[in-house]
Design a binder for this molecule. Structure first.
Ligand SMILES: Cc1cc2nc3c(=O)[nH]c(=O)nc-3n(C[C@H](O)[C@H](O)[C@H](O)COP(=O)(O)OP(=O)(O)OC[C@H]3O[C@@H](n4cnc5c(N)ncnc54)[C@H](O)[C@@H]3O)c2cc1C
Length: 462
């Protein structure tokens, strides 16, 4: 199994900028932090990005493997919709995007099944979510109301298990905690973004973060710098990391929600704010939760799924993209289509993914292979013989993310907006969890939040 530790060092600041040199410190070198840094740098503001890992990108984590033309994505993989932030940046940097239009199908008993209209049925359920529902309630409670509503009998009721899987798999959310209002906002944003259009960077998602960082001088990014403590007052911040102390006029804090809400217990990641962020921000943080997601990327000797035939004698096909299988855990898989390769990704989202984080990577690989073997009819021994490698990154226990991506809990509809408000024109929170428009949990939300924070800083600095 390939090691899933952080990748190679990309950039190192040759010199630690002095207090006079830095006007704005940015904590975190993921999409949000780099987007903020780029916008401020373009406006002639001297910025310094402090990043805990020895690579940029945060939850965009691409690895390249010798002899394999497709990149191995361990974090974000898809561009969900026609989203301005990502598509403009890709066009500006000349990055190629593949639009994904392969077949969605399921595999049972070693046969490809004819794709159903599950999507439409899930859509029928999600469209019933109410943005102004009072009081707010959980998705589970919303589904209970559908079950007891005679008008929802039939196809809608039959699609409830799929809708549950969708909210856990796509939103990485716990159905008992995620708020109906937050989900309604998120679904409306998806429709506006034309979510049915999905893209992938064939050269790897990290090309996008590289593009964000391209104009920054090497001295503007300091890797392997774990911030521990932020002292702040109006117009001044002092940031303490293990190896450096930086003073600046303002700070943009892009720490993932899981890190912001973690107890400061001496482990790396969590940051002490002095004074604290205040009751309003703490309440808003309680209105959000960090979801869990787990993916394992498998490389086989050959794309054996292209040989599976359809039920009733249907021919094998080489345009397979999403494959669902009957399994309590590893039910969702996808190929690298439209690139044809021997790579298959297994995906689990929601509370189940958090539970699985206690297993070793070898155990997870074994479980996923068994599930795949049962569905495809390929024996475990044969699957093992065909397996070349597998990669996995444990986002749940990663000290610098502590989960995959955020969602709003019951009553938390306004939380991202509150988090995005500047504190004393000095601390500016950004990152995917601060997106007020229901696009949280995505790369485009992270970029938008960084741009928004940079704009607010510029307004403050005059
Ligand atoms: C498995 C997985 C799959 C995903 N799939 C998709 C997808 O297909 N499409 C999509 O749009 N989105 C996807 N996402 C979500 C997307 O990756 C994130 O929403 C986005 O990358 C978040 O960017 P960010 O800048 O807000 O946070 P991050 O990328 O997490 O950046 C925050 C940075 O802060 C750093 N940091 C943490 N603690 C400290 C500290 N104490 N000191 C200094 N630095 C610190 C972290 O190392 C990190 O680099 C996925 C996420 C995961 C985990």
């Amino acid at each position: 199994m390939g090691s899933a530790l952080d990748g190679d060092q990309v950039r190192v600041a040759a010199v630690s900028p002095s207090a006079e040199q830095t006007e704005v410190v940015i904590i975190g070198g993921g999409a949000a932090g780099l987007a903020a840094a780029r916008a401020l740098h373009d406006a002639q503001v001297r910025v310094l990005v402090l990043e805990a890992r020895n690579r940029m990108g945060g939850r965009i984590y691409t690895r390249r493997v010798r002899g394999l033309a497709v990149p191995v994505e361990l974090g974000a993989e898809f561009v969900h919709g026609r989203v301005r932030e990502t598509l403009e940046l890709a066009a500006e940097a000349g990055l190629m995007l593949d639009e994904l239009s392969g077949a969605w199908t399921s595999i049972e008993g070693g046969k490809l099944q004819t794709p159903g209209d599950d999507d439409w049925q899930i859509g029928a359920i999600m469209q019933r979510l109410q943005l102004d529902r009072t009081p707010d309630r959980s998705f589970s409670a919303f589904l209970d109301s559908l079950r007891s509503d005679p008008e929802s009998a039939g196809t809608v009721a039959a699609a409830i298990p799929d809708a549950l899987r969708y909210v856990q798999g796509f939103d990485a959310a716990d159905p008992d905690r995620v708020g109906e209002r937050w989900l309604a906002l998120s679904e409306a944003a998806s429709r506006r973004d034309e979510h049915d259009h999905q893209y992938r960077f064939p050269a790897g998602y990290d090309r996008l973060t590289d593009a964000l960082a391209a104009r920054l001088p090497a001295t503007a990014i300091r890797l392997a710098t774990v911030v521990r403590d932020v002292e702040w007052e109006r117009g001044r911040v002092v940031i303490h990391a293990r190896t450096v102390t930086i003073t600046a006029r303002a700070a943009i804090v892009t720490l993932p929600l899981g890190v912001l809400t973690a107890r400061v217990d001496g482990t790396p990641g969590p940051v002490t704010f002095r004074p604290d962020l205040g009751p309003e921000v703490r309440d808003a943080l309680d209105g959000m939760a960090m979801g869990s997601a787990l993916r394992i990327v498998f490389r086989f000797k050959a794309p054996f799924w292209e040989k599976l035939s359809g039920e009733g004698g249907g021919r094998p096909r080489n345009d397979l993209w999403f494959l669902s299988i009957e399994d309590d855990t590893f039910a969702v898989w996808w190929t690298s289509y439209p690139m044809r390769s021997p790579v298959l990704t297994a995906w689990v989202g929601g509370p189940r993914a958090a539970e699985l984080a206690r297993f070793t990577s070898d155990e997870l690989v074994e479980r996923a292979l068994r599930a795949l073997g049962r569905a495809t009819g390929v024996t475990r021994t044969r699957l093992r013989a065909m397996l070349v490698d597998a990669w996995y990154h444990d986002w749940t226990n990663d000290p610098f993310s502590r989960g995959a991506y955020s969602y709003g809990v019951v009553g938390g509809i306004d939380a991202p907006r509150v988090l995005g408000r500047p504190l004393e024109d000095t601390l500016f929170l950004a990152g995917e969890s601060t997106d007020p428009d229901g696009r949280g949990g995505s790369v485009h939300a992270a970029i938008a939040s960084g741009e928004r924070a940079a704009k607010a800083v510029l307004a403050t600095l005059g």
